[in-house]
Design a protein around this ligand. Structure first.
Ligand SMILES: Nc1nc2c(ncn2[C@@H]2O[C@H](COP(=O)(O)OP(=O)(O)OP(=O)(O)O)[C@@H](O)[C@H]2O)c(=O)[nH]1
Ligand SMILES: [Mg+2]
Length: 420
């Protein structure tokens, strides 16, 4: 019995049987009803426990299966700084890489006077790349549930044009150059942009000197101390821009130019691109994604140009660019001012946002003052019968509506600023 009880695992029941046997009252066996209740309850609790164990295993297995089914998510990021001589096409390249306009582009030098950034997010699911997809597309994409998912965020900085230190024309230029390098120092990768067509047509020794100076700066970022650890050097890429303008036999010369610049700048990669046509820019983007750094929530040190860690990734999750509606409108009006007006006017004209508000019908009303320092300049900005300012306003509004997908009322007031 005992062995049967043991075999059945009825521990408590066995103890009771033992007690009965020791008392030498086998008769009681017949008289006393078998202690079914404790036996049964023990049996039940055993069974229940087994069931619960079984259920726990099932739940755990389900959880494992769900976990397997859930897409494996990982997030990577890279801060990328575009740097180069004025008019090389940094702003045009920034916009192309981002897939939208965030910074003004014009044929005049020094259009960009301060850094601007935009964020481009891509998700790779089962080898399929989605760039800046909408929430709807995100939820529609359920069929790829089991696929590993990698989100890559590139924060792309446009910077003012740089010149080598022998060619500072004034204090403002010196400040712009130091601002550009200060932004570069925060980046994990730098793209040095060269106007390749101009360099082939009319080689400019200043560009070569600039590459040498740039290299020195980059090495300086690498030797910096980031929280007690040596900072890693940022990736350094050469983008030979405007190759759409290089035709015929001159194309072969591009390789010689690339070799020459690489000897001076020791770049990690070289890309031939056209920001105008978009050629080569996808390859550049793919490279930048491939060197992106996996996200760590804690602020780590030791990579990038000195401000290591990827804590910034969480911050830029909701921030698509450095602009709100008001500063974005200023950037687009500035672009048209640079395109439409000549001489010193674009450089002395200041754009001051006055108000930005949504109207009841969902449209956006933006008012700005365009300030110049002389009545004569005001007349030029306004133009004959208001033609100049009319054109600036029309084009800026059309671009704003296109970029924001909203109806925009843009009011521009040209004023003579009071002398300080
Ligand atoms: N043909 C051609 N023109 C380009 C290309 N990229 C830029 N441009 C033109 O080059 C001029 C300068 O471009 P930007 O992007 O404003 O140059 P930038 O380097 O930002 O200039 P700064 O802000 O002054 O330093 C503009 O007229 C652009 O349209 C290109 O790939 N091909
Ligand atoms: Mg620019």
């Amino acid at each position: 019995m005992a062995s049967a009880a043991r075999a059945l695992g009825w521990g408590e029941g066995l103890a009771q049987w033992r007690r009965v046997a020791l008392l030498g009252l086998p008769s009681l066996r017949s008289q006393q009803p078998a202690p079914t209740i404790p036996f049964y309850s023990t049996y039940l609790s055993r069974k229940l426990r087994k069931q619960q164990q079984h259920q726990a295993v099932v739940v755990e297995k389900d959880r494992d299966r769900d976990r397997d089914r859930e897409p494996k998510r990982s997030i990577k990021g890279l801060r990328v700084g575009l740097i180069g001589a004025p008019n090389a096409g940094k702003s045009a390249l920034t916009n192309v890489l981002l897939g939208r306009k965030v910074t003004a582009v014009s044929g005049k030098v020094n259009t960009t006077t301060s850094q601007t950034f935009g964020v481009v997010t891509s998700r790779r699911v089962a080898g399929h790349l989605q760039v800046n997809e909408s929430e709807q597309e995100r939820s529609e994409e359920k069929s790829n549930e089991c696929s590993p998912e990698v989100t890559t965020r590139l924060m792309i900085f446009d910077t003012p044009g740089v010149v080598d230190h022998k060619h500072y024309r004034n204090m403002r230029q010196r400040e712009r150059v130091s601002d550009a390098y200060a932004t570069a120092a925060l980046c994990d990768a730098l793209v040095f942009v060269v106007d390749a067509e101009r360099q082939l047509r009319k080689p400019d020794p200043r560009v070569e000197r600039l590459v040498v100076e740039y290299r020195r700066e980059v090495e300086g970022f690498g030797s910096g101390d980031a929280g007690g650890q040596a900072a890693a050097m940022p990736k350094s890429v050469l983008a030979m821009n405007k190759v759409d303008l290089v035709r015929g036999s001159r194309r072969g010369d591009l390789l010689d130019l690339a070799r020459r610049l690489n000897d001076l700048g020791s770049f990690d990669q070289i890309f031939m691109v056209s920001s105008l046509k978009g050629t080569g820019t996808e390859d550049l983007l793919a490279y930048l994604r491939s060197v992106s750094v996996p996200h760590r929530t804690e602020e780590a040190v030791g990579h990038g140009g000195g401000a290591g860690g990827t804590g910034w990734l969480s911050q830029c999750e909701d921030e698509e660019s450095s602009h709100d509606h008001s500063s974005y409108a200023v950037e687009l009006v500035k672009e048209q001012v640079y395109r439409r007006l000549n001489g010193e006017i674009p450089y002395v004209l200041k754009i001051k946002p006055v108000s930005t508000k949504f109207l009841r019908d969902g449209s956006l009303r933006i008012e700005q003052d365009l300030l110049v320092n002389h009545m004569k300049k005001k007349k030029i900005v306004v133009g004959r019968k208001g033609q100049a300012i009319g054109q600036i306003g029309c084009r800026a509004r059309a671009e704003l509506e296109k970029q924001l997908g909203l109806k925009v009322h843009l009011i521009l007031n040209v004023k003579v600023r009071k002398q300080d």
